[in-house]
Write a protein that binds this ligand. Structure first.
Ligand code: MN
Length: 325
């Protein structure tokens, strides 16, 4: 066992009030890992608080403890644990509420900036939840039905139902371990990946109706006007980008989401080896080789599309040259 893990175990067992934090625009792995870690720490009798900088999306509100998540850092917390955040800025509004550095950073992003005092990062794992399944016992923490429900949600969502290229035999072993508890894979899958609102379905209709395809590059957009037309009030793109990757011949898919105050949010997915995180970084964003995002401010949809599509085409071109040379 690594020295870092031993030190983390010692620190966690010695703490009085632990606050577990996750990243902005929380996804299933962020919510699931924050709550899974919260419940696991309670198995050793700790006082634990859970914090996220943004609201928990409605499809994760079934998770036990989600109603107790706040966007505050309790003043008497003497230990801060971050899960699923690749860097400190991902903690959004929580950053300015931090009175001390993050003690323990548990994550699976290869780009993790190791911003805490103790950094436990395993970029081989498909989700922070997968990493936690193996880590809990090393940290002297136990699993129970609540921990398992939360972690299985992280695992299912980050792997899109065990179908991303990051899914390994170890991922399925972790799921197997979690399913020994009173959890419903079917229910988690349906609530988090399959079910969607009528408005989100209409949004898909708009976005898919406007899809463009050019030499392996697929893109579309979600506009403020379009959202208003159908009464879609959520912030995201209803995961349109994943639908684009289903289009035959797609190498890279891009979705542009227009937001208020001249912000355009961009999501990339790569189906071959092109590193879209690299493209995203050139716009101040980040992510994984196969899935990345960025926001451009002070622009409009048309200008953002021009510059982002050009940069993406360039990356695709360079990748093809590299393949043939
Ligand atoms: Mn994750």
């Amino acid at each position: 066992m690594s020295k870092e893990i031993l030190k983390a175990k010692e620190w966690l067992h010695g703490a009085d009030h632990i606050c577990v934090v996750g990243h902005e625009s929380p996804d299933g792995d962020a919510v699931g890992s924050v709550l899974g870690m919260t419940w696991a720490l309670r198995t050793i009798g700790k006082k634990v608080s859970s914090s996220l900088p943004d609201d928990v999306p409605a499809n994760f509100s079934f998770l036990p403890g989600s109603e107790d998540i706040t966007s505050d850092i309790p003043l008497d917390a003497d230990m801060l644990v971050s899960v699923d955040s690749a860097d400190l800025n991902r903690l959004g509004v929580l950053v300015e509420k931090l009175a001390a550095p993050i003690d323990i950073n548990i994550d699976h992003h290869i780009s993790n900036s190791r911003f805490a005092i103790i950094n436990l990062v395993d970029s081989e794992t498909a989700a922070t939840a997968e990493y936690l399944v193996g880590l809990l016992s090393l940290l002297g923490l136990s699993m129970n039905d609540k921990v398992a429900t939360c972690l299985l949600t992280g695992l299912v969502t980050d792997t899109l139902g065990f179908r991303t290229s990051s899914t390994r035999s170890e991922t399925l072993s972790a799921a197997h371990q979690l399913m020994q508890y009173d959890v419903s894979l079917h229910d988690i899958y349906h609530r988090t990946l399959h079910r969607r609102s009528y408005e989100a379905t209409k949004l898909w209709g708009q976005a898919l109706g406007n899809v463009c395809f050019e030499d392996g590059l697929v893109w579309t957009q979600v506009t403020l006007e379009g959202k208003a037309d159908i009464g879609y009030t959520a912030r995201g793109d209803a995961d349109v980008v994943s639908q684009l990757t289903a289009i035959e011949g797609t190498e890279v898919a891009v979705v542009f989401v227009e937001r208020v105050n001249s912000e355009v949010k961009i999501s990339w997915r790569s189906l071959n080896g092109i590193d879209v995180a690299d493209v995203a970084r050139s716009f101040g964003g980040g992510g994984h080789q196969a899935a990345a995002g960025a926001s451009i401010y002070g622009t409009n949809l048309e200008r953002a599309q021009d510059v982002v599509l050009d940069r993406t085409r360039e990356a695709m071109h360079n990748y093809r040259i590299q393949l043939t040379s």
